[in-house]
Ligand binder design. Structure first.
Ligand code: GLU
Length: 468
């Protein structure tokens, strides 16, 4: 049997991180089994349909690298097939027309509340055939009146519900449109889906969908229902906790491998492994590792994981990734000189950033035209340090080889000559002059990357600043 899993998002806006986790688990299971992962857009809600929302889903999947193996299917496009199946069920006597009016339904609901029952509809049209001419009707399925429906869930084990708790649900509305419950079953069957992996908020739907499978005599897929993702303060993860969509995390400077690794760990475990690459995840993923209870989203943990992935990312890739952040945050565009500099300095910079937003800030010392001094840097640029900076200018000017080691030797020599051997007395003003701040990666390294001309330019600017 070829495993076929699916991701069937409803395009309602940006992709929620919970949906991304569902997509990831379906993707990993299919890849682990050498099967297929297919995409179906559940676009039947035409009133709220937006192509932009579809594009947002495709873009998020693409960014996460969750490649699907089909041309995305449209549920709406399969509408006639859903209607045909409903009509077959009618013809086979597994479904019936219900002419119940809105008032009658309301009365049943009121009744239900009084009696404390779960099922509202009282099956009043189930055994009737005196269909009134020209009146609107819905099509309902004949849910077995007794017995149980059992879902063999890969995560939760066997979950059982008594059929009398399930109503004769609607599969065609009075305007002739199929319901979600029917459409999902028909599409999953037609697409050959073998495994349905989704949030456990769908478990109630699964019972109902299984009734439809049974009435149609179709094989059911296997199920794995994933416990939901909760926010740090409990409750379903939502906007009030912070960012919740893939797009937001991308815009905040998270790497796709961070998000995938974090989402994998949020609901699945392989021993104590924390850092798991996509390749490893494909090798290791199984249903056994899925947690049985809801996981709490931890923003700090996500950030620390991102720091790890930025630290091990390829430097050229980071330069490319930081470009839009430099533009957006600082209105800076790279040119050949600054992008080469940033690449050369990236090793020192990337260890100081937890997100690409921070990476853009840390990159400024290499990419800014003109260094501006922070308050703390200004304090270093005073009459006492003027002599130091001027001496550094002289010493650097004399260097034929301008690299980490020769710069260090020059700085130490000056410390001995002018500051009782205290290197800090040399480095603090030099740091202020070169970076405009009081913190930076290794300054010898920074100076080497900037190069002799740029270092001399920045020293000159700092000296002018003091003398002004
Ligand atoms: N369109 C549904 C949703 O976005 C998917 C339901 C399913 O997995 O069957 O929640």
């Amino acid at each position: 049997m070829t495993v076929i899993t699916r991701f069937p998002p409803s395009p309602t806006g940006m992709m929620h991180i919970g949906n991304a986790r569902t997509a990831l688990f379906n993707y990993l299971y299919a890849r682990n089994k050498g099967g297929k992962f297919v995409l179906r857009i559940e676009d039947t809600d035409r009133a709220r349909h937006s192509e932009e929302a579809v594009e947002a889903i495709l873009a998020s999947l693409d960014w996460l690298g969750l490649d699907y193996d089909n041309t995305p299917e449209s549920q709406f496009a399969n509408k006639q097939r859903h209607i045909n199946v409903a009509n077959e069920m009618l013809a086979a006597g597994n479904a019936y027309k219900c002419y119940c009016t809105a008032e009658e339904l309301q009365a049943m609901r009121d009744n239900m509340k009084e009696e404390g029952r779960i099922v509202a509809y009282n099956n009043m049209w189930r055994d009737r055939t005196d269909y009134p001419e020209g009146q609107p009707y819905v099509v309902r399925i004949k849910t077995p009146l007794d017995g149980c429906t059992v879902v063999h869930d890969e995560v939760q084990g066997d979950v059982k519900v008594e059929n009398k708790q399930l109503d004769d649900m609607i599969i065609l509305r009075s305007d002739g449109t199929p319901t979600y419950m029917l459409a999902v079953v028909v599409d999953d069957h037609d697409m050959g889906i073998t495994h349905v992996i989704r949030g456990d908020d769908h478990l109630n739907n699964t019972f109902r969908q299984n009734v439809i499978y049974d009435l149609l005599g179709w094989d059911k897929p296997s199920y794995a229902h994933l416990p939901l993702i909760h926010g740090p303060s409990g409750g379903k993860l939502s906007k009030r906790h912070g960012s919740v969509s893939v797009e937001e995390f991308k815009n905040e400077g998270y790497l796709p491998e961070t998000v995938n690794n974090y989402l994998l760990k949020l609901g699945w475990a392989h021993g104590d492994d924390e850092i798991i690459s996509m390749d490893e995840a494909v090798q290791l993923f199984d249903f056994n590792g899925i947690n049985k209870s809801a996981a709490k989203f931890d923003y700090a943990k996500l950030e620390n994981l991102n720091a790890h992935y930025i630290g091990v990312a390829d430097n050229q890739r980071l330069v490319d990734l930081v470009v839009p952040f430099l533009k957006q945050q600082h209105d800076i565009e790279l040119n050949d000189v600054t992008s080469k500099r940033l690449l050369d300095g990236m090793d020192g910079v990337k260890d100081r950033a937890k997100t690409l937003v921070q990476l853009a800030d840390e990159s400024l010392l290499y990419v800014k035209d003109k260094i501006e001094y922070t308050e703390k840097a200004r304090k270093q640029l005073n009459q006492d340090s003027l002599i130091i900076l001027k001496s550094l200018e002289d010493k650097f000017n004399l260097l034929d080889q301008f690299n980490h080691d020769t710069i260090e030797v020059a700085c130490r020599a000056l410390a001995d000559e002018a500051a009782d051997g205290k290197l800090g007395k040399v480095m603090m003003p030099l740091r202020a002059a070169l970076t405009g701040t009081d913190k930076s990666p290794s300054l010898f390294q920074v100076a080497e990357v900037l190069g002799k001309d740029e270092v001399l330019n920045r020293l000159k600017a700092a000296i002018e600043f003091i003398e002004k």
